[in-house]
Design a protein around this ligand. Structure first.
Ligand code: ADP
Ligand code: MG
Length: 278
């Protein structure tokens, strides 16, 4: 399959910064995939995200979105329509006093016809399970609900790619589950490509593909079950492994022989049961 996003050897240094934030990074993302990105603070995750929809453009190398170079001014609007971003703080993303007006904001700004906006707003709110809140005041919603409204605001542009930069960092466990479930549904049922930046290993474990960043580069790239078996290398980068993986590693160190790649709590429980009862 042709990649929807193609990043060719990009580097980027912020004005006045000593170190490059991105340092010769290449990456291809195929449509419909669910890609998670892990990395310690300052490893370049947000800078990479901002290159995916031309908020930033590289100093060297190039980024192609659906074949369009992000450095070409003419491509800005079509790229922004294709790649939507959701950030960490839901409060900074709310611009209107009524949920449905908030969701209509981005498509209005991107020049979508008014007749289409009504339909898109309703559909976007349904997709994230927030339709019944369409007339509510956003500031009265929970954090998880606010983030789902923010996602709906992006969906109303009918993007092909949804980039979520630590969307759950400020949420409680329930809010985290709501937001990740919404993103997963959009990927699995709607075919939207999801790029999820997170520091929650359990969230990353649900992706098809896991990238690990360090000092502006991608240093690991594989299926979560493969990446998470590299516990020592991850710890050296300041990262953990999911609780399930840590549990299995400890049990194996104590003499059991469990499969190292059982990641979900269900698989983990089944592996332990199998070992103990058979
Ligand atoms: P992450 O999202 O993984 O925490 P960032 O992409 O935010 O990492 O940052 C990568 C590097 O760029 C860090 O060294 C950070 O200090 C630097 N950086 C990020 N934003 C800015 C900025 N606006 N100005 C200068 N340096 C920045
Ligand atoms: Mg960041």
């Amino acid at each position: 399959m042709n990649p929807f996003i193609r990043i060719e050897n990009i580097s980027y240094t912020y004005p006045d910064a000593g170190q490059p934030a991105l340092d010769g990074l290449s990456l291809e993302i195929i449509p419909g995939s669910f890609v998670a990105v892990l990395g310690a603070n300052g490893s370049g995750k947000s800078t990479l995200a901002k290159h995916l929809n031309a908020i930033l453009t590289p100093d060297a190398g190039r980024v192609l979105v659906d074949g369009m170079d992000t450095a070409d001014e003419q491509n800005l609007l079509p790229i922004r329509r294709r790649v939507g971003m959701v950030f960490q703080n839901p409060d900074n993303q709310i611009v209107a006093n009524v949920v449905e007006d908030d969701v209509a904001f981005a498509p209005e700004n991107l020049g979508v016809e008014p007749a289409q906006i009504r339909r898109r707003v309703d559909e976007a709110l349904r997709q994230v399970g927030m339709y019944e809140y369409r007339l509510h005041a956003p500031h009265l919603l929970s954090g998880g609900q606010k983030q789902r409204v923010a996602i709906a605001g992006v969906l109303a542009m009918e993007p092909q790619v949804l980039v979520l930069d630590e969307p759950t960092a400020m949420l409680d466990p329930r809010g985290r589950r709501e937001v990740i479930a919404a993103a997963e549904t959009l990927c699995r049922q709607r075919g939207i490509t999801v790029v999820l930046i997170t520091h929650h290993m359990e969230e990353a474990a649900r992706a098809d593909r896991l990238l690990v960043m360090d000092r502006g580069r991608i240093v690991m790239d594989g299926a979560p079950r493969d990446v998470f078996t590299r516990g020592q290398a991850l710890r050296a980068l300041g990262l953990d492994v999911p609780e399930t993986t840590a549990l299995i590693q400890r049990l194996n160190a104590a003499g059991m022989a469990l499969p190292a790649d059982a990641l979900s709590p269900e698989d983990c429980a089944a592996a332990i049961e199998e070992a103990l009862c058979h």
